[in-house]
Structures are given as structure tokens and as C-alpha cells.
Design a protein around this ligand. Structure first.
Ligand code: AMP
Ligand code: GLY
Length: 430
């Protein structure tokens, strides 16, 4: 099969590396891709959000299958547009992608179908938001922009003043554009967070191995929220008992709810969960693989990814095995100093051969933001590399991932030194 993967980060690199293991995978392309991805796939410089150009390219090159990995092209309806020209694609259509693209849609869905989540109200009038927050007088309070905001549209406000500033930023100053026309205000929940990515064909749902993201920029969960500074899998808080509850109370009801609403979800549905004292609750849904969760989940997948993906598209997932190996994976992100705010690009990266560390067979380097300049790899984004190690135990995976990061250098490189520390503590307490 001739395959196109839409996107250009570490997640897409992990998807490509997993697809290439499939005997059915022929030529593989990535658009736009990046410098490191070009070691594994042919790259075509088309913006992931340019639906028209992407569909024209897919037709011209006669791809057999397209994997739309990024949220915004899914929300823009790229899967629908590909279907209209007869090209099957992995990912939800535009109507189903609303589960991530509109927080109002997803919160209303959960309320209607009794799926556990934080209590909330939605608003389109900034004055009404503050009236509500003042009347509740309970802090911290969580304010979320309705639409996509690069993972930055969630504010946790400790006081009325902070909430007012947040409402101004989202609804009046339009920091996230039209994504802030409406907001969701919700109660603040507490408990460990778990990411569960799942395959679904709209009929059955098969969860992947659980994982734990580290969203803050600095050690001890301090600093700004980022796209994710590292991940581990499995997540020790996702015990078999929690997994059973999630399946009954969250996963199956969500699949059924999307069907009942007339927009069955096919693709990878990402459940962002919090294990609260009252049980697991949904913090957010994503309509795609997580980044950098994918960089620890797919290396543990034993089944053939291409077979599983096409089963999601064709509605045959019930008959398809989705199996993960025992053991653990850890991913440490190497970022440009200053990320997620201002950072420099174009710094030469040393230590890699063909984008990898060939002397460490248990380690894979996933490229998030790299480019080729005169044949050499340079930094080209905030998150630059995701260094993943797979081992029989989490301590070993973490040790190997950190050892590998010590062999890679670029100017002003920033990494957290405590990825997995919380997971190790939780494991010790089990
Ligand atoms: P999201 O972009 O929805 O994943 O939110 C970003 C982060 O904000 C989450 O990973 C949580 O750590 C935090 N968060 C979101 N909603 C809540 C909530 N209701 N209570 C506590 N923390 C939350
Ligand atoms: N790592 C969080 C996300 O992909 O949304």
C-alpha cells in the first residue's frame, strides 16, 4: 500500500516508524514532515491545514491510504474531503472531530449521556461568565476556550481577579481567535491524570496501553503548560480496577453517544482522564493520537498498526487483534530553551547518525521539530526530539532514555530531569 501521513511532528514520526514494520506498507510519504522524518519517509511540503492542496496531492500520487494525525485538518474535514475523492483515511470525519474541536459539544455530550466529567456551564457572554463565577465563589475555577487552542486554551484561576483576566484574554482580546467566542467554566478536579488512546471503528473500542504525560515546562510540574515534555507507559495509576470502570462508565458510553448523535467516531479516540476520589472522570477528549503519548504507546504495540488502522476505517476492528508487549517505555523531550514562549531555531544537532543513535538498539529518536540544512540536522521548533527507550521495567526504560539524551546536544537544549519520577513513586506504593 502507498501511504501518506499528514502532520510533521514526533507523533507522526512514531506512526511512520510503526507503519513501516507492516509487510503491507509500501511507499510511505509524510506531509509536511520534517528533517528527521525524511530519513524514514518521503516528505512533501504541504501545510497540514491546507485541505485542498493535500487532497489534490493525494489524488495525484494515487495514495491507497491516508493517516490524518493532526487535530486541525481533522476538524477542517480532511477525512471527508478524501472520502469524496475515493481515498480511505484513518481519522474521524468533521462531525466526529467535534469531540475535540468543540469543548461545548463534548461537555454537552457527556452531560446528556451521563459520562462522568467535571460540572460545568457554557457561556458566550463575558459578563455572564463573571456573574456565574462570582456567585459560585469557589476557587480554583477552570475556564476553557471552546475551540482548538494548541493545548493552551485552559486556564486554572485561583481568584476572581485571575478569572476576570482570563475571561478578558479569551473572550475579549481573542487570544485564541474564534476559539474563544464561547467558554466552558468548570469545577476544579483533583487526582492523578491518565491518558488512554484507543482504537475504534465506531462499533467497538480497543484501548491501547495507558500513559502519563508531563505537561509543565520544568521539573516538579512547575512553569508553563507545554504540548508535553515527556511520557511514560504504562501509567501505574491505571490499575485493572480503574480500567474496568473506565470501559464501562466512559469508553463504551462515549462510543454509543457518538452513534446516537449520528456522528460515529472512527480512528484514535484519546481519553484524557483524571482519577478523582469519586472515580475516573473525563478531563478532555482528543480526536487523534497524543503527542508525545504516541512515542511511548506505539513502540509497545505488537500487532500490525496498518492492519489495525484499516480495520478502524473498514469497521472490522472486532475481528482484529490489538496486542501490546509487556514492559515499559519512556520518552524524554529535548526542547529549545525558552519553549513554550520564545526560542531560537536553526541550531546544529550533534550526536545523531541518520537521525538516530544506532549504538542503542533499545532507543528510538522521534523528530518533532528538526530540519535539514546543507544535509545536517538543525533545530526547527519548540519541541525538537523525543527520545524513547523500551525496556522490561519502567526504571530501566527511564535510565536508558536519559542515558541516550546525554549523547545528544544542541545549543540551549532544555529537558526535564524528572520524567517518570511520579510514576516510579506510584509504582513503589502499589
Ligand atoms: P486540557 O487541555 O483540557 O487537557 O487541559 C490541560 C490541563 O489542565 C489538564 O491536563 C489538567 O491538568 C488541567 N485541567 C483541565 N481541566 C481541569 C479540571 N476540571 N480540573 C483540574 N484540572 C484541569
Ligand atoms: N500530549 C497531549 C496531547 O496530545 O493533547
Amino acid at each position: 500500500m502507498k501511504i501518506l501521513v499528514v502532520g510533521g511532528g514526533g507523533r507522526e514520526h512514531a506512526i511512520i516508524k510503526a507503519l513501516k514494520k507492516s509487510p503491507a506498507c509500501g511507499e510511505i510519504w509524510c506531509a509536511p514532515g520534517n528533517g528527521g522524518i525524511s530519513c524514514d519517509a518521503r516528505c512533501k511540503d504541504i501545510k497540514a491545514t491546507d485541505v485542498e492542496a493535500m487532497v489534490a496531492f493525494a489524488k495525484e500520487e494515487a495514495f491507497d491510504y491516508v493517516v490524518v494525525a493532526q487535530d486541525d485538518p481533522l476538524a477542517l474535514g480532511m477525512v471527508d474531503a478524501l472520502a469524496a475523492v475515493g481515498i480511505p483515511a484513518f481519522g474521524p470525519d468533521k462531525a466526529a472531530a467535534r469531540i475535540e474541536a468543540s469543548k461545548v459539544f463534548s461537555k454537552d455530550l457527556m452531560k446528556k449521556y451521563h459520562i462522568p466529567t467535571a460540572e460545568y456551564e457554557t457561556f458566550d457572554d463575558p459578563a455572564k461568565v463573571m456573574e456565574y463565577i462570582r456567585a459560585k465563589n469557589k476557587y480554583p475555577v477552570v475556564i476553557k476556550a471552546d475551540g482548538l487552542a494548541l493545548g493552551k486554551g485552559v486556564l486554572i484561576c485561583g481568584s476572581e481577579e485571575e478569572a476576570a483576566a482570563g475571561v478578558k484574554e479569551i473572550m475579549l482580546d481573542k487570544k485564541f481567535g474564534a476559539s474563544g467566542n464561547k467558554v466552558v467554566v468548570e469545577e476544579f478536579l483533583t487526582g492523578p491524570e491518565v491518558s488512554v488512546l484507543s482504537f475504534t471503528d465506531g462499533k467497538v473500542v480497543k484501548p491501547m496501553v495507558s500513559s502519563m504525560d508531563h505537561k509543565r515546562a520544568n521539573d516538579h510540574d512547575t512553569g508553563l503548560n507545554t504540548g508535553g515534555m515527556g511520557t511514560v507507559a504504562p501509567n501505574p495509576y491505571y490499575t485493572p480496577a480503574v480500567a474496568r470502570r473506565c470501559m464501562e462508565e466512559i469508553f463504551l458510553p462515549t462510543i454509543a453517544a457518538m452513534n446516537a448523535e449520528g456522528c460515529p467516531f472512527k480512528g484514535c479516540l484519546y481519553f484524557g482522564l483524571m482519577i478523582t476520589p469519586d472515580g475516573p472522570k473525563v478531563i478532555e477528549y482528543n480526536c487523534r493520537f497524543g503527542d508525545p503519548e504516541t512515542q511511548v504507546v506505539l513502540p509497545l504495540l505488537e500487532s500490525d498498526l496498518l492492519t489495525v488502522m484499516t480495520a478502524c476505517t473498514n469497521g472490522t476492528l472486532a475481528d482484529t487483534e490489538v496486542k501490546f508487549r509487556d514492559g515499559a517505555a519512556a520518552c524524554v523531550i529535548l526542547a529549545s530553551g525558552g519553549y513554550p514562549v520564545a526560542y531560537e531555531k536553526g541550531k546544529p544537532i550533534s550526536g545523531l547518525t541518520g537521525g538516530q543513535l544506532p549504538e542503542m538498539a533499545d532507543v528510538t529518536v522521534y523528530h518533532s521539530g528538526t530540519a535539514l540544512k546543507d544535509g545536517a540536522l538543525v533545530t526547527a521548533g519548540g519541541r525538537v526530539l523525543g527520545v524513547t527507550a523500551v525496556a522490561d521495567t519502567l526504571p530501566d526504560a527511564l535510565a536508558r532514555a536519559y542515558e541516550a539524551t546525554g549523547r545528544i546536544e544542541f545549543e540551549k537544549m532544555h529537558k526535564r530531569s524528572d520524567i517518570g519520577a511520579r510514576a516510579l513513586k506510584a509504582l513503589a506504593a502499589l
